[in-house]
Ligand binder design. Structure first.
Ligand code: P5A
Ligand code: ZN
Length: 480
């Protein structure tokens, strides 16, 4: 039975999210260490499908998958000053081997810049070795002090895709940043997840980077969640680790680097964007099962109805469609509907005696819960079309929802009022000074998400905080 009332996707998003994770068997968060959770079989399948899309995108854009160690000697972590300054307190530290104290303590990787750097120093000799684009999908550990939340803020981030690239010039690194943004756009588009891309303000960039671009979503409760970031690291790490290459002219130069990461939050983004009061709604391309066939047996007609169900499943199995035939005898058809609705299976096919007599089936869409009947002879094309349509419709609906939760306002007072209400993302004109950014964040505990990089517009007006000439639009929100 459900653990907590799952109702009210938008009104009680926190509860909805927690209970959906457990009830739909995605993640069990009751592990006896705070910030650690278990990806359960069904959640694992979704996770695998989601990250396969990302792997395919990276593999087809010149990235190579690798696997680096989990442990970082303190001496490495300490090399880049801004990086260690921020991550030192966020590390879990290994200090002993058995009962023997370690001479140099090891951090469990909170991210892998300082794991990869000493190896790049060994591997890179000349300009001919560049560019290098590596990625890995690993767990990382961060001793988060803010409230931990399942998948959203873990201390063991069990699913962390991190890409690290090395280049000969700043221009190449800049071009890589643009490519990375395009890759992430395609990734989230595939998931039907609408997003904002913003250049984080200087006070919120990744420690050790020149600048950071971030993807954010608006959750159903009006708070935003960062679901991915792309950083230009400049030469900060290459200077700290002295990673150089020989140029065509024979001189030695430090390499230029970028990195970009996506965590399990990509799955949160899917659940939040498409979910409803009945539970999860999955886009067909990441659903472990796309169509569930449920026979509705009638006294003495069980065999005949089940056989019809088998025929339907067999027909669909000959296509690309992923089908499950639910022949469980311990559940009523109604409980089966509930079971699969909760798990977000995009299409349900019901077969009852009357359907069979008429040579029809009943098809129910999970996203709209609409029913339609379909002739057996037209089943395959109808289902195939519906799979595509559901994917498009989910994306459109989520996009509209997001657009409805963006507010362009003219005054600081209006901005604060909206933020206080957690209305969504607020956009105002800004002079680009940190002082005014902090004033926008203050009182209501908002976060400046940064300047839009996904839209362009001519700026003509005044900063809503100080009245000086505005340089940018800036986004702010109450963030997770
Ligand atoms: C980029 C990859 C980095 O760590 N180094 C390698 C860079 N960037 S980041 O912004 O700090 O993290 C990347 C994304 O990971 C998600 N994330 C988390 N997810 C769940 N639990 C956490 N504790 C957590 N911390 C970060 C965010 O989506 C972030 O954008
Ligand atoms: Zn200002």
């Amino acid at each position: 039975m459900p653990t907590v009332k799952r109702k009210r996707w938008s009104k009680q998003y926190g509860n909805w999210f927690r209970s959906v994770l457990i009830d739909a068997k995605i993640m069990d968060y009751r592990y006896p260490i705070k910030g650690c959770g278990v990806w359960m079989p069904y959640g694992f399948k979704i996770r695998r499908n989601v990250f396969q899309i990302l792997r395919d995108l990276l593999d087809s854009t010149g990235h190579d998958e690798t696997l680096f160690p989990l442990l970082i000697p303190e001496t490495s972590l300490a090399k880049e000053s801004a990086h260690v300054g921020s991550f030192e307190e966020q590390c879990f530290w290994v200090t002993r081997g058995g009962s023997t104290p370690l001479k140099v303590k090891y951090a469990l990787r909170p991210t892998s810049e300082t794991v990869i750097a000493p190896m790049l120093k060994l591997w890179i000799r000349s300009h001919a070795d560049l560019p290098i684009r590596l990625y890995q999908v690993v767990n990382i550990f961060r001793y988060e002090t803010k409230a931990t939340r399942p998948i959203i803020r873990m201390r063991e981030v069990a699913t962390f895709k991190e890409a690290h690239t090395s280049h000969a010039t700043l221009e190449d690194a800049e071009a890589q940043v643009k490519d990375a943004v395009e890759i992430y756009k395609r990734f989230f588009d595939e998931l039907g997840v609408p997003y904002f891309i913003s250049r984080r303000p200087s006070w919120d960039k990744f420690p050790g980077s020149l600048y950071s671009l971030a993807f954010d979503i608006i959750c159903p409760d009006g708070r935003t969640l960062q679901i991915g970031t792309v950083h230009n690291l400049g030469q900060n790490f290459s200077k700290a680790f002295d990673i150089t290459y020989e140029t065509e002219k024979g001189t030695q130069e430090h390499i230029w680097q970028t990195c970009y990461g996506i965590s399990g939050r990509a799955i949160v983004a899917v659940l939040s964007a498409h979910g409803d009061d009945h539970g999860v709604v999955l886009p067909p391309n990441i659903a472990p099962i796309q169509v569930v066939v449920i026979p509705i047996p009638y006294k003495e007609k069980e065999e005949y109805i089940n056989k019809a169900g088998e025929d339907i499943a067999a027909k669909l199995r000959k296509t690309e469609v992923k089908v499950e035939l639910d022949l469980r005898t311990d559940l009523t058809p109604g409980s089966k509907f509930y079971y699969w609705e909760l798990r977000g299976i995009p299409i349900r096919i019901e077969v009852g005696p009357r359907d069979v007599e008429k040579g029809e089936v009943t098809i129910v869409r999970r996203d709209t819960l609409e029913k339609q009947t379909c002739k057996m002879s037209e089943l395959v094309p109808v289902v195939q079309k519906l799979v595509e349509k559901i994917k498009q419709d989910l994306w459109q609906k989520a996009l509209q929802w997001m657009k409805d939760h963006v507010y362009r306002v003219e005054s600081l007072e209006e901005a604060k009022q909206l933020l206080r209400k957690r209305a969504g993302v607020v956009e105002v004109l800004w002079c680009n000074r940190a002082e005014c950014g902090h004033r926008l964040e203050g009182e209501v505990d908002a976060r400046v998400l940064g300047v839009p990089v996904d839209t362009e517009e001519k700026i003509d007006g005044k900063c809503v905080v100080c009245g000086r000439k505005a340089e940018h639009v800036v986004r702010a929100a109450i963030a997770y």
